[in-house]
Design a protein around this ligand. Sequence first.
Ligand SMILES: NC(=O)c1ccc[n+]([C@@H]2O[C@H](COP(=O)([O-])OP(=O)(O)OC[C@H]3O[C@@H](n4cnc5c(N)ncnc54)[C@H](OP(=O)(O)O)[C@@H]3O)[C@@H](O)[C@H]2O)c1
Length: 201
Amino acid sequence: MKNSIGIIGAGNIGKTVAGHFVKAGFPVLISNSQDPESLAETIAFLGQGARAVRPVEAAEADIVILALPWSEVPGLSDLTDWNGRIVIDATNHFITYAPDFQVADLDGLASTEVVQQHLSGARLVKAFNTIFFKILEQDPQVGNGNRVLFVSGDDSEAKAVVSQAISAIGFAPVDLGSLAVGSKFQQAKGALATLNLVKIG
Ligand SMILES: NC(=O)c1ccc[n+]([C@@H]2O[C@H](COP(=O)([O-])OP(=O)(O)OC[C@H]3O[C@@H](n4cnc5c(N)ncnc54)[C@H](OP(=O)(O)O)[C@@H]3O)[C@@H](O)[C@H]2O)c1
C-alpha cells in the first residue's frame, strides 16, 4: 500500500503536486479553506485516487504537504498533533507578490525552520517549492533525464520517505542537507530558487 498524501492548499501547487501523485497511484487527500464540496471540479480533474477533505483530515495522511500561502502557516499549529508527522513544506515566505515579491524577515532562520516552530514535533522536509507550477506540472522525464526536486531536512528517515515518493512520481530528488543550510538555498530568493534542472543518468 502506497503512503497516503494529504495536501493542505488546493491552488496552483497543491493541484499540480496532487496530479503527479494520483498518476503514480498514491491515495491523495486534498483540502482548501472551504467545504470539500468546493473542490468538486478539482477532484473531477484529478480523477480516481483523489478525495476532497478538510485540512484536519489531510493532516492525518502519511505524508502531509503544505501548499498554502505563507501567511496561513501559523494557523495550522492546532490543526492536529503534529508530533512525528512527515510534513513537506512547499511554501515560500512571500509577504507581497508581483511586482516587488517581498519576503518576510525571519531573523536569520530558514523559512522551513519557522514552519517547524509552528508545527511542534513535525518532521519537516522542504521540497516542491523551487519550481514554478507551470514547469512542475510538465512530464518530469525530460529526454534521458529526470527533473530535479531538492529536499532538505533534519530528520533523515523523513527525508528518505519523501525522496522515495519523489522518485516514485518520476522526479530526481537531490538532498541538500539540513534545514539550516540546505533549505536556505531552496527557499525564496535562495540560490536554487526557480532553477529548472534535469539530472541525466
Ligand atoms: N505558484 C507557484 O508556482 C509556486 C511554486 C512554488 C511554491 N509556491 C508556494 O506554494 C504555496 C501555494 O502557492 P499557490 O500558487 O498554489 O497559491 P494559490 O494558487 O493561491 O493556492 C493557495 C491554496 O491555499 C488554500 N488555503 C489558503 N488558506 C488556507 C488554509 N488556512 N487552510 C487550507 N487551505 C488554505 C487556498 O484555498 P481557498 O481557495 O479555499 O482560499 C488555495 O487552495 C505558497 O506558499 C507559494 O509561495 C508556489
